[in-house]
Design a protein around this ligand. Structure first.
Ligand code: SAH
Ligand code: SF4
Ligand code: F3S
Length: 451
């Protein structure tokens, strides 16, 4: 790819999960190769890219709201290029809708076209028409070697697999991200070794369901054995991963987390709902009892492990009694934090056609009760850390408290403390003096960290 633009500026806005954020880093990598520089203001940009999410209706509504606003910018600046990509446009009818209703958008592309960006930009310039290029072939093979332009030089996302085969009945991700496919171990390890050489301290291994890593690869390899290999990369001090599906979290993986000194004591393990009835209709393939038993096994084997989760409220047919099972799981597991969502009907998913959709006000009322509980437990778990010393990877000056530094514990909790900016990128021990609900405050200490 040669340079097709000099001194051109681009602006990317990203919605959605870490995988999407990571895709934007690839888009940035390709654009920088093409001679574009990043700006953080739409008005200065020659190219504006929206990388979208469609996991809930709300995500799509926000994108449409932002799209409308761009019409004006385009009118003011004729050679401005507008591109919309990501999960939302991977739905054929949405891609067509955008091309038709927002004709000032120049390029609409899906989740597998990042490497073709130069061609798409050139075509849009040449034809002056909206170019639509989305993957319709479900195979979506993995393209290696796409440059990645990462943020802070400390923490890096590394995709280890793409797509999802689980087809939870509420979820659109398998339709927009295609079939599950794993990257080869050598590619992953090469990337992480390069990150270590560049000075990165932490990697987060990304996939919709990392526990099924390796299926379909020629080499016989499990996620647990991949973790053990990544643990050997010198220079990387922390390894995280997400997301895990409870149905195939093996004992071997629990032992790998326990044994690998760089793998952090944190598992994000969405349970979605507590009622076995609801879980069955969600196609989650585990029961409440199995989930709780799994958590017990994890806690027994990995002292100090932090467990976080995702929960959906108001899945079709969810009764008050079903919902009480969700609260019961929260009480029993005592999550360090929980992301809670109102069920949102998604096009083409089996749950879209289920009867007994729960009325909006019932969903809201349940969500409120759930939040009261999860927030109380998060605060209680945090306050148990008062006086304890924890290891923090320093990320820099705190955005919310500019006279302090900020970083995270191995358990992924945010810590603010006073210190020299020179500590950025280093591991320091911090004694927690003031645990709050959303973050912890503390002071640097020479004491040994307990976790
Ligand atoms: N692959 C990951 C998460 C993908 S989406 C996993 O399986 O854990 C992130 C979260 O969004 C899900 O865990 C779920 O809680 C939520 N979610 C997905 N589809 C949803 C929908 N239709 N309505 C509400 N929440 C949804
Ligand atoms: Fe969606 Fe389920 Fe796949 Fe997660 S595992 S992406 S919730 S279908
Ligand atoms: Fe992520 Fe949203 Fe796509 S959650 S996978 S960006 S639909």
């Amino acid at each position: 790819m040669g340079t097709i633009s000099r001194d051109k500026k681009y602006f990317i806005k990203t919605w959605g999960c870490q995988m999407n954020v990571h895709d934007s880093e690839k888009i940035a990598g390709v654009l920088s190769l093409l001679g574009y520089n990043a700006v953080d203001n739409e008005k200065e940009a020659d190219l504006i890219i929206f990388n979208t999410c469609c996991v809930r209706e709300h995500a799509e509504v926000k994108v449409y709201g932002n799209l409308g606003r761009l019409r004006k910018l385009k009118e003011q600046k004729d050679d401005l290029i507008l591109a919309v990509c990501g999960c939302m446009t991977q739905q054929k009818e949405v891609a067509q809708h955008i091309a038709k209703r927002y004709p000032f958008v120049d390029i609409v592309f899906g989740t597998n076209q990042v490497h073709k960006l130069a061609e798409l930009i050139a075509n849009a310039k040449l034809t002056g028409e909206t170019i639509v290029d989305i993957e319709e072939d479900e195979e979506g093979k993995i393209i290696e070697g796409v440059p990645v332009s990462r943020g802070d030089g400390i923490k890096a996302w590394v995709a280890i697999m793409h797509g999802c085969n689980n087809f939870c009945s509420y979820c659109i991700v398998p339709y927009v991200r295609g079939r599950e496919r794993s990257r080869k171990k050598e590619h992953i390890l090469d990337e992480i070794e390069r990150l270590a050489q560049e000075g990165y301290k932490e990697v987060t291994l990304l996939g919709q369901n990392v526990n099924s890593y390796g299926k379909g690869l020629e080499e016989e390899i499990s996620f647990a054995s991949l973790l053990r290999e990544v643990d050997k990369v010198r220079g990387i001090e922390r390894i995280r991963f997400m997301t895990s599906h409870p149905k195939d979290l093996s004992d071997d993986l629990i032992y790998a987390i326990r044994d690998c000194s760089n793998v952090c004591e944190h598992i994000h393990l969405p349970f979605q709902a507590g009622s076995n009835n609801v879980l069955r209709r969600m196609n989650r393939k585990y029961t409440k009892e199995r989930y709780i038993e799994l958590i017990e096994r994890i806690k027994e084997n990995i002292p100090g492990i932090s467990i976080t989760t995702d929960i959906i409220v108001g899945f079709p047919g969810e009764s008050e009694e079903d919902f009480l099972h969700t609260l019961d799981v929260v009480e029993k597991v005592r999550f360090d934090s929980a992301f809670t969502f109102l069920y949102s009907k998604r096009r083409g998913t089996p749950a879209e056609r289920m009867e007994d959709q729960v009325p909006q006000e019932v969903k809201h009322e349940r969500l409120k009760r759930l939040l009261d509980l999860t927030e109380r437990i998060t605060a209680e778990n945090n306050s148990a850390l008062r006086g304890k010393t924890v290891e923090v990877l320093v990320e820099g000056v705190s955005k919310t408290h500019p006279n302090r530094l900020t970083g995270r514990t191995r358990t992924n909790k945010i810590v603010h403390f006073e210190g020299d900016t020179g500590l950025t990128g280093k591991l320091v021990n911090v004694r927690i003096t003031d645990p709050q609900s959303w973050s912890l405050f503390g002071e640097v200490t020479d004491e040994k960290a307990e976790s």
